[in-house]
Design a protein around this ligand. Structure first.
Ligand code: RB5
Length: 180
């Protein structure tokens, strides 16, 4: 399991707890930032979300002040489904119904102690599929019809559901055509 993580200065306070949470569970790809010096959250959101979109990571965690800016920016990357989930219930529903592949947290909204159960819930809650898969696929169809830029590799894509031992159901954007 590979997880891409990134934060701006507003989410920096959560980063140690997030990294600690994944110790022994997943390999973490850290896309910054490394200090509390202000940075622009869209830059971090793009590189982190792109790692998920490209399949370099199976999921992502982004942290900013609220989780909102990171989620808005990350959702501009094809195949990414990101949302700010600053409570356990949102994290559960975000996985079960929306098949989130990027969790966004707010360092000015929750504490590191509050982040841990959210991460735990998000990672252990499977996507329920069925009617929710139909709806998530409709989001992917909207994405395909409105994005002017191609997806990873320039191919058309679709949402797929796969199983891993650690997080029983997750999805990723998957190319339907192979690259030449
Ligand atoms: C930075 O001050 C703050 O705007 C950012 O961390 C984030 O909360 C934006 O959504």
């Amino acid at each position: 399991m590979i997880v891409a993580i990134g934060c701006d200065h507003g989410g920096f306070v959560l980063k140690p707890a997030v990294k600690e949470f994944f110790e022994g569970k997943a390999e973490v790809l850290d896309f910054g930032t490394a200090t509390e010096t202000p940075v622009d959250y869209p830059d971090i959101a793009f590189t982190t979300a792109r790692a998920v979109s490209d399949g370099k990571a199976e999921m992502g965690v982004l942290m900013c002040g609220t989780g909102i800016g990171m989620s808005v920016a990350a959702n501009k990357v094809k195949g990414v489904r990101a949302a700010a989930c600053n409570d356990v219930g949102s994290a559960r529903m975000g996985r079960a119904h929306n098949n989130l592949n990027v969790l966004c947290l707010g360092g000015r909204v929750i504490s590191p102690d509050q982040a841990r159960p959210i991460l735990d819930t998000w990672c252990s809650t499977p996507f329920e599929g069925e009617r929710h898969l139909v709806r998530v696929n409709k989001i992917a169809a909207i994405e395909s019809s409105t994005f002017s830029t191609p997806g990873p590799g320039g191919e058309e894509g679709r949402v797929v559901v796969s199983t891993t031992p650690w997080c029983s159901t997750r999805s990723a954007w998957s190319a339907t055509k192979t690259r030449a």
